[in-house]
Design a protein around this ligand. Structure first.
Ligand code: FBP
Length: 547
């Protein structure tokens, strides 16, 4: 029996809030529909791929009356990386379905999409559910990264769901998982199956957002957790005045988490990958400007500082990007040769044979350890696993070398940190606890309404929960066609940091002052109790984007 901390005990009793319109129960709301929708781009191609579900209207829940279905059986899948609040999504589905009909059942597929394919599940009982309310993590049923995309997999899912007499499956995942959910919804409809598929927007990375989805769940808590840790380091940095701290922040590709953590804590430097890509800055140029900052602060007697570095940075610098994509292709095509190579030195001999001169020059300019990390196994999509590349160390070592090359008098002693897994399973903030519970509740209502190919949403999030608007967005509306593994595929468009939007502009406007001074902010731990403007505030990103 796990021993609960005092906070966990108190937190279990927290009753997540629902938007006002949902508080009178499922029979007292109805769906109001907008007009037909179009995908964000490539309309003809997306329409051709989704003839059954394309163009469905945006739906909003308003006060009214709804016919409640009989007992519903709904499967739930947690897909991809953990994000705080996943358990509350399931709690929202559970409570929503029980409110629709007390005999409704929730079946949690184990270990992610593979659990659905293989029919491995756990029936969620009230006791199990109560043990997980308001907790972080995905451990109630586990998660996984299996992609559901082939006809064979769909047939297996259909057989499993039909065998369980399930009415629907809710897929809680990021852009790829929700894309696959939409494909599955379309496939079920084409086969004449009444099973509906509904998605929920999850990822700490914050890159599943658009005009319809203000933010993905988990981003709020993860950003606040990282901001607390950065704040603590800033205090230490300012107390000791002897180190530069290079802190890498998770977020596979987009820099949303680094930007948000930077806005919350105001370190001396926050790198934004999207800006570096736009300016076409090479690794050497990024290192040179970081060395400039060290020298500038050193001249003012400050041989210390804090720099925040986004996880995906290396893939946004043109020279390193070219190197990584060349390596990805090479390691896929010459897999046998690379596997046979005994060690890094042997692999590098192969590289000398295959790489063009400019790419080889970039590769061999990197420290030995980092080169080894670039040669590690690829993820299931054939991509380098950026969370395993120590970009923070790479930059620290290269800045040291650059200062030496310049004959600089600046004292530069660096420490590295990587904040990623520390934030993914944190206990959800009030915002995420409420948001996730509401998303789950909405997913249950969409199932009750027989909707398929929709993602549950809540909009108007910055105005306080009294103003939140629950609804559903057709997934095809968020899609465009992208080239993946040599094929054109329909995918939900990934949201990178927009350089002309308010959050980045705020960083840009303050960058010089934050670089030269210690304007550090110390957000402290996620606050659960206290004034609402402290405890229930959303992120700076949402505040700046939505006013
Ligand atoms: P999702 O996109 O599935 O939400 O996961 C994102 C993420 O947390 C990234 O920030 C990180 O790069 C990656 O997962 C790490 O993956 P893994 O959990 O496989 O180590």
């Amino acid at each position: 029996m796990t021993q609960l901390s005092a906070l966990q005990i108190a937190r279990k009793a927290y009753q997540p809030k629902l938007p006002p319109v949902l508080r009178s129960g499922p029979a007292a709301v109805e769906l109001k529909f907008g007009g037909a929708t179009e995908s964000v781009a490539d309309q003809a191609a997306v329409k051709a791929l989704f003839p059954q579900t394309y163009g469905q209207p945006v739906a909003e829940f308003v006060a009214g009356t709804s016919k409640l279905a009989g007992p519903l059986t709904v499967g739930v899948v947690l897909s991809g990386g953990q994000a705080p609040g996943g358990h509350n999504v399931i709690a929202g589905i559970f409570d929503g379905l029980k409110a629709i009909n007390p005999a409704s059942r929730v079946l949690g597929f184990l270990g992610g999409p593979s659990g659905l394919e293989e029919g491995k599940y756990l029936e969620i009982t009230p006791e199990i559910m109560d043990a997980y309310r308001n907790t972080g993590g995905f451990d109630i049923i586990g998660s996984g990264r299996t992609k559901l995309e082939t006809e064979e997999q769909f047939l297996k899912c259909k057989a499993v769901l039909e065998g369980l007499k399930a009415n629907a499956v809710v897929i809680i995942g990021g852009d790829d998982s929700n894309t696959n959910a939409a494909v599955l919804a379309e496939w079920f409809k084409a086969k004449g199956s009444p099973i509906s598929v509904v998605g929920c927007p999850k990822t700490i990375d914050g890159d599943l957002k658009n005009a319809q989805i203000p933010t993905s769940f988990g981003f709020d808590t993860a950003a606040k957790t990282y901001a607390e840790l950065i704040g603590n380091i800033q205090r230490d940095c300012l107390s000791a005045k002897k180190y530069w701290h290079y802190i890498k922040i998770m977020g596979r590709s987009a820099s949303h988490l680094a930007l948000e953590a930077g806005l919350q804590t105001q370190p001396n430097l926050t790198l934004i990958s999207e800006e570096i890509e736009k300016k076409g800055e090479t690794l050497a140029q990024v290192v040179a400007s970081m060395a400039d900052l060290v020298e500038l602060r050193s001249k003012a007697g400050k041989n210390f500082g804090v720099a925040v570095i986004p996880e995906g940075l290396v893939e946004f610098m043109p020279d390193v990007k070219k190197l990584i994509s060349t390596l990805n292709d090479l390691m896929a095509h010459e897999a046998a040769a690379f596997e046979a190579a005994a060690d890094q030195a042997a692999k590098e001999e192969l590289l000398k044979k295959f790489l063009a001169a400019d790419v080889a020059a970039t590769y061999f300019s990197l420290p030995f350890g980092i080169r080894g990390q670039l040669l590690l196994d690829r993820d299931p999509h054939g991509n380098v696993q950026v969370s395993r590349i120590e970009t923070e160390k790479l930059l620290g070592e290269m800045v040291t070398a650059e200062l030496k090359k310049r004959g600089s008098k600046a004292k530069f002693s660096f420490l590295t940190h990587f904040f990623g897994y520390e934030g993914r399973c944190a206990a959800p903030s009030n915002f995420d606890a409420d948001y996730c519970y509401s998303l789950g509740y909405v997913a249950g209502l969409l199932v009750n309404g027989g909707k398929t190919g929709y993602m549950a949403t809540c909009s108007s999030l910055t105005k306080g929960i009294e103003k939140w608007v629950p609804g559903g967005i057709p997934v095809t509306q968020m899609m465009n066609i992208e080239r993946r593994h040599g094929h054109d595929k329909p995918v939900i468009r990934k949201a990178l940091v927009e350089l002309d939007a308010a959050p980045f502009k705020k960083l840009e406007a303050n960058r010089k002052v934050w670089a030269e001074t210690e304007s550090y902010v110390y957000p402290g731990p996620i606050q659960y109790w206290g004034p609402t403007e402290v405890c229930d505030a959303t992120t700076k990103t949402l505040e700046l984007e939505q006013g």
